[in-house]
Ligand binder design. Structure first.
Ligand code: FAD
Ligand code: NAP
Length: 313
């Protein structure tokens, strides 16, 4: 019986692993289907993790995290978790290899995945000029022109953020009306260095060995426009990696919102006792390494109190 099962080994899961083990839980396993480190390991450069100065890749940033946790006793199970369920006070962790583990508490940190828009070159040039994170990569285009794809709240808010850093933002949307809040739309329309390219969709992003150099955009009349930009930001929605919480009858193990994000309180507690969620998968997540790590620490401290209360009181 595990004191705590941590599902996912990104910044949230690894920090939860550090705090649970160092905080006294004896038997803690982190289930991670791939290499620990999470989605930041796909980033070539991160410069907003406090205290880490100079050029550092996401891979290098995350490299020491697993060893630090293991020093305090965190065990790493390199398995994909299929489902988590609860029976009385015991959680069952069903793995895709068919085996089942049991735990008194669970911290789920499986992140979220930005959707792809699906145009030619997008997948190949991710991290080389195609980005899904303006907070992360906007600064690399300071004083330059960039393109933003999407018409929801994220696309418009990120376009406004980029307009403060970049000389010009081309906002490309496939319709002529936006999903975003009217107030945000008005702010975008008032921003002099945002050009709206409506009823248009990207067909291809292209580049050279240094990265992106331009984007081809087709409008509803079939005309192609070649926009020469070194950066293309796509914000076409996110998929929350909440599959492990889906029960056999299709219900969720805890409350989630319409977008599938796990509803937590300020202490990362879900609606199910002993189940905590941390990082990108929770409601209102800032989707940053530092905030995911912070969530992991908060969830871990709560899990320690929960297990202590369950077993000793
Ligand atoms: P994730 O990092 O997504 O980790 C989730 C982990 O769970 C993954 O390792 C996954 O393999 C594992 N997992 C998922 N499902 C299962 C399962 N069923 N069983 C077992 N394991 C599972 N943030 C910044 O602060 N600064 C930046 O500069 C920055 N740049 C970025 C650049 C890119 C290209 C991307 C994609 C993101 C960037 N981010 C940046 C965002 C940052 O990476 C995320 O906010 C952060 O990684 C979220 O951490 P997490 O632990 O919540 O989830
Ligand atoms: P979203 O609302 O789903 O919007 C996605 C946008 O991308 C839509 O405009 C969609 O176009 C477009 N799109 C989808 N697939 C595309 C493709 N293949 N090619 C080109 N364009 C494509 O996603 P989101 O903006 O990330 O927001 C997600 C949720 O979070 C929403 O509920 C949103 O309100 C919320 N959110 C709220 C705030 C806030 O309250 N401040 C901030 C951010 C997000 P169509 O419009 O034509 O479908």
């Amino acid at each position: 019986m595990l004191d705590c099962a941590i599902i996912g080994g990104g910044p949230a899961g690894l920090t939860a692993g550090l705090y649970t083990t160092r905080g006294g839980l004896e038997n803690v396993v982190m289930f991670e289907k791939g290499m620990p480190g999470g989605q930041i390991t796909s980033s070539s450069e991160i410069e907003n993790y406090p205290g880490v100065t100079g050029e550092i890749s996401g891979m290098d940033l995350m490299m020491p995290w697993p060893a630090q946790c293991q020093k305090f006793g965190l065990k790493h199970d390199m398995s994909e978790v299929k489902r988590v369920s609860k029976d009385g006070n015991v959680f069952k962790i069903y793995k895709t290899d068919g085996t089942i583990d049991e735990a008194y508490s669970v911290i789920v940190c499986t992140g979220s995945s930005p959707r792809r828009a699906g145009f030619k070159g997008e997948a190949e040039l991710i991290g080389k000029g195609v980005s899904t994170c303006a907070t992360c990569d906007g600064f690399f285009y300071k004083g330059k022109e960039v393109a933003v794809v999407g018409g929801g709240d994220t696309a418009l808010e990120e376009a406004l953020y980029l307009a403060k850093i970049c000389s010009k933002v081309y906002l490309i949307h496939r319709r002529d009306s936006f999903r975003s809040a009217p107030n945000t739309v008005a702010r975008v329309k008032r921003t002099a260095n945002i050009e709206l390219i409506l009823n248009s969709s990207p067909t291809e992003v292209y580049g050279d060995n240094m990265g992106v150099t331009g984007l081809l955009v087709k409008n509803s009349s079939g005309e192609i426009r070649d926009i020469k930009v070194p950066g293309v930001f796509t914000f076409v929605g996110n998929d929350v990696n909440n599959q492990t919480l889906i029960q056999e009858d299709g219900s969720f193990l805890c409350d989630v919102n319409k977008a599938g994000e796990v509803i937590v309180d300020i202490s990362m507690r879900t609606s199910t006792k002993g189940l905590f969620a941390a990082g990108d998968m929770r409601i209102a997540a800032p989707k940053q390494v530092i905030s995911a790590a912070g969530d992991g620490a908060v969830a871990a401290l709560q899990a320690i109190s929960y297990v202590d209360e369950l077993l000793n009181h």
